[in-house]
Ligand binder design. Structure first.
Ligand code: SF4
Length: 342
């Protein structure tokens, strides 16, 4: 018997084609997507505006593709880390971060990652597989919590799974999808240049470049992909688009004590970013097991931010969230703890 098709991740045209092939009127396409993306139905019995005969036909050939998380962990700061599993058993984590009226969902795009960044627990665990657009979308639709913002900053590199990431971003922003609003969706990347070009051309999302160091040789030591796709290529693309499209570009800068928090680093950041409109997001470092390095202290980070801002480069310091449940930046490992013992 033919395997049932999962609807989550599809757009109206794609679903209409599948419906037609199953002998179901195409006009139900958008209505079904409304029930799946906005109402998160897990069964076709739920919609009250779809005829019973259509529901029966759907049940034979399709599944909504909305599944709840397998487990969750709540931090003392209110953030929650969820563990999901795909039908093929690929574990992946999602973090819900409430902050006043801003409710951010941080989703994964892969189970693990093959980029191998040295400061990241996901990278240290290796790669188990890509998530489909439906599995990425499910991390928002299948959550029990509401959201205002979606960031693709969890496990995996979006640029290494770009077809599915672009499909998911369309679902997030489209009126027929979650209608999150383009300024509310952000993709974070280490800068896979061809994928960044596609994100710019095919989506309307904000983009964050994970920089770590403004010096290519130093950056390559911790983010090996620098050797293949220099970060300067992504910065150039951001600059080209910066003044012509309404989207936000940011550089994420994880600050490690004595490594990338010097005056030399600050000067080079200023030189690279001054006048570009690209903002800097300074993040604390979360040491992993076996690490001898530690995060720059709060005073250094605030001083770094101050000197960037007074020289005309927009900058902010992001508070650490969910570190006690290994949900903070660079700590997601889908159940395998790489936390440094205190
Ligand atoms: S920082 Fe991002 S790209 Fe690098 S290993 Fe971690 S998940 Fe992968």
């Amino acid at each position: 018997m033919e395997e049932k098709k999962l609807i989550a991740g599809m757009d109206p045209d794609m679903l209409a084609l599948h419906l037609a092939a199953a002998g179901i009127e195409e006009r139900y396409s958008r209505r079904l997507l409304y029930w799946i993306y906005r109402r998160g139905i897990q069964s076709f019995s739920e919609p009250d505006d779809i005829p019973v005969r259509v529901k029966s036909a759907l049940e034979e050939r399709f599944l909504p593709g909305v599944n709840p998380p397998v487990s969750s962990l709540r931090s003392v700061d209110g953030s929650v880390k969820y563990l999901f599993s795909t039908a093929a058993g690929l574990p992946h984590e999602t973090v819900w971060l409430p902050e006043g009226r801003r409710l951010t969902v941080c989703v994964s795009v892969q189970s693990g990652c093959r980029m191998g960044c040295s400061f990241c627990a996901t990278g240290r665990n290796g790669w188990s597989g890509n998530l489909t657009a439906g599995e990425i979308v499910n991390q928002v639709v299948g959550l029990p919590d509401p959201f205002t913002h979606i960031v693709l900053m969890g496990m995996g590199e979006p640029g290494d799974n770009i077809d599915e990431v672009i499909r998911a971003c369309r679902v997030f922003t489209a009126e027929w999808g979650l209608a999150a609003g383009r300024s509310k969706v952000t993709v974070s990347t280490v800068g896979v240049t061809p994928s960044v070009t596609r994100l710019l051309n095919e989506t309307e999302v904000n983009i964050t470049l994970s920089l770590h160091s403004p010096f290519p040789d130093e950056r390559a030591e911790v983010i090996p992909v620098e050797r293949r796709w220099p970060f300067t290529e992504t910065l150039e693309l951001m600059k080209e688009y910066g003044n012509s499209r309404r989207r936000r570009f940011t550089v994420a800068y994880v600050m490690i004590k004595g490594k990338n928090d010097s005056k030399r680093h600050l000067e080079e950041l200023r030189r690279l970013l001054h006048g570009t409109g690209i903002r800097v997001n300074l993040l604390p470092y979360h040491p992993l097991a076996g690490d001898s390095e530690e995060s720059a202290d709060e005073e250094t980070m605030m001083q770094f931010r101050h000197l960037l801002v007074t020289s005309g480069v927009g900058a902010s310091v992001r508070k650490s969230r969910g570190a006690d449940i290994a949900a903070a930046c660079g700590m997601l490992a889908a159940g395998r703890s790489l936390r440094k013992r205190q």
